[in-house]
Design a protein around this ligand. Structure first.
Ligand code: SF4
Length: 356
């Protein structure tokens, strides 16, 4: 049986005998993107509802952080290095894209290592790397922080907004009005932290859990295992379906880097609010590289929260087409909320693949 036939067979079994609605959350924006791109929504029975979670790092980056980045970009002595996805995310009064159009020195980079190259190339400037992401990207950023310290590069700084998956998932699962039958956990986070990192979902909440990769067969297999468990045809609650990349305990080297460079503190998730112990921030040993400690941010504007339902989208309670702004006032060209900006944002993905 080839892969296509295997997928067709699994889809048939998934859709057979689904008595009542089965709600499955894919936490990660990369999964949402693959589900849309490969047409998985359309393969499934309408009784199987896929909802997205808060796993798009750009979408959950709070306005205060963007305001800080904008404020730094306005200084003559600073070069901002950032991933492209952040450029259009709105702060309170401006965004990086707008500042760049006004001539501010903002460079799009594809890897944090380029921030070191920039710092070496422009020794008379201060380079600030916008370090945004989850457990997946944090080890590489941590490694660059260590390298900058080892090499005594004193004109490179990191403005961090690094978040942890586990605390936000615990918050979602606390809400008992939210009926989730199964969760597809992000394979790339599990590569770092291990499949065991997500075991609390099934152990403490009796929710079916799979760790999945990002190919169509990976995702269909994840849905298959959850649905078949719901139907009572399979009986173990959590399953690592990404064994080709994910060990139960994760990547020891990457985890050591996280421990070496970061500590956990309360994190502000855009639209959602403060989630205890959900942020990774640079620890005391490396604080001379922490932009939040080095620069002052006295004149930041008062934050005005987004006037949209991004929160409910990020928590999987609504779908983008329920938003009154979707596709009219809010488009990828003119985003109102952060979920429309990123390639991993649920609203942006719906706009590209599923408009009704
Ligand atoms: Fe926010 Fe736009 Fe999505 Fe509405 S469509 S929830 S305004 S990002």
């Amino acid at each position: 049986m080839n892969e296509k036939q295997l997928i067709a067979r699994m889809v048939q079994e998934i859709n057979e005998g689904v008595g009542s609605d089965i709600v499955i959350m894919e936490i990660c924006g990369t999964h949402t993107g693959s589900i849309a791109k490969y047409g998985i929504w359309d393969m499934l029975s309408p009784r199987i509802k896929l909802v997205s979670g808060p796993g798009c790092p750009v979408c959950v980056t709070d306005k205060r952080y963007i305001d800080m980045a904008v404020s730094l970009s306005q200084r003559e002595d600073i070069i901002i290095a950032t991933f492209g996805d952040l450029m259009k995310v709105t702060g309170t009064e401006s965004c990086l894209s707008e500042e760049k159009s006004k001539g501010k020195d903002i460079r799009i980079v594809y890897s944090p290592i380029q921030s070191i190259e920039l710092a070496k190339e422009y020794p008379s400037k201060k380079v600030v790397f916008l370090a945004v992401g989850f457990e997946t990207t944090a080890p590489l950023i941590g490694k660059i922080v260590m390298k900058a310290k080892e090499e005594n590069i004193n004109n490179l700084f990191f403005l961090t907004s690094l978040k942890l998956m586990k605390p936000i998932l615990k918050e979602i699962l606390k809400d008992k009005t939210h009926c989730i039958d199964g969760i597809i956990c992000p394979g790339h986070v599990a590569v770092i932290k291990g499949a065991d990192y997500f075991s609390f979902i099934s152990n403490d909440n009796n929710i079916k859990t799979v760790v999945s990769g990002f190919e169509p067969l990976d995702i269909i297999s994840g849905i298959y295992f959850i649905v078949q468990q719901c139907k009572g045809k399979i009986h173990n609650h959590d399953k690592n379906l990404y064994k080709r990349c994910v060990k139960e305990k994760g990547n020891e080297t990457a985890c050591k880097i996280l421990e070496e460079v970061f500590v956990h503190e309360d994190g502000n998730w855009r639209g959602i609010g403060i989630i205890p112990d959900s942020a990774m921030v640079i620890n005391k040993k490396y604080e001379t590289l922490d932009a939040k400690k080095v620069f002052s941010f006295d004149n930041l504007p008062k934050v005005i929260e987004d006037n949209c339902i991004c929160k409910d989208i990020l928590l999987g309670k609504e779908i983008p087409t329920s938003c009154r702004f979707f596709g009219n006032k809010c488009t990828p060209q003119h985003p109102v909320g952060p979920c429309m900006v990123s390639s991993e944002g649920t609203c942006g993905i719906y706009y590209r693949y599923r408009k009704e």
